[in-house]
Design a protein around this ligand. Structure first.
Ligand SMILES: Nc1ncnc2c1ncn2[C@@H]1O[C@H](COP(=O)(O)OP(=O)(O)O)[C@@H](O)[C@H]1O
Ligand SMILES: [Mg+2]
Length: 586
């Protein structure tokens, strides 16, 4: 009931049709139960008097009832078929929208396959239950109750026997529910894990092949698949067990009723017509009673699916919109960190914050390089500026306004980011470049491609309409980075945040990109994570990040002269660079 309650907001638009479907199904059930009553009247009335002509009347009545039942069943299907699909689509869109909103920290925790299996199979299950399971469950239960009423009215004793022997069925079903729920949940979770495994190995197929880990990956996949198989068998066993009882108990009931009924009839306590009607009614009830087990297991699966779905939908969107949003009246593009603290939620307790009180002022139009050892938190610090993660202390300000006071879309229009691992989407080059500025003109695309030295894109098979990304043409790491850079530039932000965007470029291209970037950087504020001395050279000032703090800020030449840690970082960067060059030469 709780799960149904949670579904209600989504189901509401479809509710009227589902209810109409139930009403139609109820009519079908009642009509089916009326046929034995006609038989009873026929057998006890005209037939016992030897009046065969009444058979024709009864025939017409039964035929009419039969047609009525068929029409009602058709109506039920027609009513309930479409609304379920609408509900499924609405819930799927809602899930997708929620996933888009959830903070990156959520996605750090949740494997993609678990989200995939929720978006596909769990929602599919919910739709089938809504348009089929729910309706039949309600209708069959009502049919059983009404049918038992008829049975009792025909013969109180036989009716009582029928009811008493039905109790074990209910009890078995109930006991089944408890066990089944656990296994069903495990099965659905394992399906999610399996989807994750497939997704990961498809993504990492090159690495797996290159390291000859195919066999190993297969073995681990096979193990997971085998686990799922075991769970499915366990589920099937539980269902088979249930079915055994659901079939056996009614058969025993049937036999006992037949014995008592024939004895009663021969003693004159029951007419032949009543005996006929009793068994005809019991026959009608057979399908509803048998189906209860199946419908219950489907209902429990659905409950699990609803639980799994709401585990995601209930995740709070912690990066909230401000209550009283501010706007930046005159954007200059000043970016300031004021006592910023941050730690990842899974950081061990008792350790210092990863970002441990960062104070940094980046003036309007200035280019600031951020330098620090690997793992010092540079990428994390840049991610804080667009609220991909939320600061855990202090604040970040753009033109004096706390970024938490800005609407998210305004914030993300003011700042554009390029990441080290350049993710492109399955779309044309043009769409990828204009991701942050869909209304941009062809001239904007051209300019961005020029700056990022990405004119190779014009020579692709279909030019800028070539589909790239996961399902499109494969590009080299350097090409991807240049497109990602073009994307950031095309967004025309006040502030450009580049997380080591040139790392995959060869020396010559890097020099070209830097040259072109220099022009852009005169018009925007920029924070650039630099892993290379030549990138540092682009900057007006350099900030040195160490142990979660900015330990020095100043022009490169000054820092080289005064700051030992800076000299150490730069020399280690140069050493890395030298290694890379040597490898190329070799
Ligand atoms: N999503 C994450 N969840 C938990 N820890 C993370 C996450 N991303 C990075 N870290 C940790 O934070 C530290 C700093 O990472 P990062 O900001 O990427 O450093 P840098 O870019 O300076 O090399 C590392 O120790 C890393 O393991
Ligand atoms: Mg990094």
């Amino acid at each position: 009931m709780r799960a149904i309650g949670r579904l209600l907001p989504f189901v509401r638009p479809a509710l009227s049709r589902i209810v109409l479907g139930m009403v139609a199904a109820l009519f079908a059930g009642i009509v089916a139960l009326l046929i034995p009553q006609v038989l009873r009247a026929l057998v006890d009335g005209p037939l016992s008097d030897g009046d065969a002509s009444a058979v024709w009347i009864a025939f017409v009545v039964v035929l009419a009832l039969g047609i009525g039942e068929a029409v009602m069943i058709a109506l039920r299907r027609w009513f309930v078929l479409t609304p379920g699909t609408h509900v499924e689509a609405a819930m799927r869109n809602r899930l997708y929208a929620h996933l888009q909103n959830l903070p990156v920290a959520f996605h750090d925790r949740w494997p993609s396959g678990q989200l995939l299996s929720r978006a596909v199979s769990d929602l599919n299950l919910i739709r089938r239950w809504l348009s089929f399971g729910l309706v039949l469950l309600v209708v069959n239960l009502v049919t059983i109750v009404v049918g038992i009423g008829f049975l009792v009215s025909i013969s109180p004793l036989l009716g009582l026997v029928f009811v008493v022997l039905s109790v074990p069925v209910a009890m078995i079903s109930f006991a089944f529910e408890k066990r089944y729920h656990v296994v069903a949940r495990r099965s659905q979770d394992q399906q999610g894990d399996l989807a994750t495994a497939v997704e990961e190995s498809v993504h990492g197929i090159r690495v797996l092949k290159a390291f000859g880990r195919g066999k190993h990956a297969l073995a681990s996949f096979a193990r997971q698949a085998e686990e799922l198989r075991g769970t499915e068998i366990e589920k099937a066993r539980a269902v088979a067990n249930l079915w055994l009882w659901l079939l056996l108990v009614p058969d025993v009931t049937w036999a006992i009723c037949l014995l008592i009924g024939v004895l009663q009839a021969s003693a004159g306590q029951l007419t032949i017509g009543e005996l006929t009607a009793f068994f005809a009614t019991a026959t009608v009830l057979r399908f509803p009673v048998e189906s209860i087990g199946f419908l219950l297991s489907m209902t429990f699966d659905t409950r699990t699916a609803v639980d799994r779905l709401f585990e995601v939908l209930d995740e709070p969107d912690t990066i909230v919109e401000p209550d009283d949003p501010q706007t930046i009246a005159e954007p200059h593009g000043r970016l300031a960190f004021r006592g910023v603290h941050f730690r990842y939620p899974d950081a061990p307790a008792g350790t210092r914050d990863l970002v441990d009180g960062v104070d940094l002022d980046i003036r309007a139009g200035e280019t600031m390089a951020l330098v620090g050892l690997t793992g010092s938190g540079k990428s994390t610090l840049t991610a804080l500026t667009t609220r991909l993660y939320e600061v855990t202390g202090g604040s970040i300000e753009i033109d004096g306004v706390d970024i938490r006071r800005l609407r998210r879309h305004e914030l993300r229009a003011r700042i554009a980011m390029a990441f080290e691992d350049a993710t492109l989407f399955s779309a044309s080059v043009r769409e990828n470049v204009l991701l942050g500025r869909p209304e941009g003109s062809p001239a904007d695309v051209d300019e961005a491609l020029d700056i990022a030295q990405a004119s190779f894109a014009r020579e692709l098979p279909q030019g800028l309409d070539t589909i790239i990304g996961e399902e499109g043409l494969s590009l080299s790491g350097g090409q991807r980075q240049r497109l990602a850079l073009a994307r950031a530039v095309a967004a025309r932000p006040d502030i450009l945040v580049l997380d080591d965007p040139l790392s995959a470029l060869d020396v010559d291209t890097e020099a070209l990109v830097e040259e072109a970037l220099r022009r852009v950087l005169t018009t925007t504020t920029a924070l650039i994570v630099a892993h290379r001395p030549s990138t540092v050279a682009l900057a007006d000032r350099v900030a040195v990040l160490r142990d979660g703090r900015i330990v020095a800020v100043g022009p490169h030449s000054e820092l080289i002269a005064t700051n030992e840690h800076y000299r150490f970082v730069i020399s280690s960067l140069e050493a890395e660079r030298g290694d890379a060059r040597e490898e190329v030469v070799r």
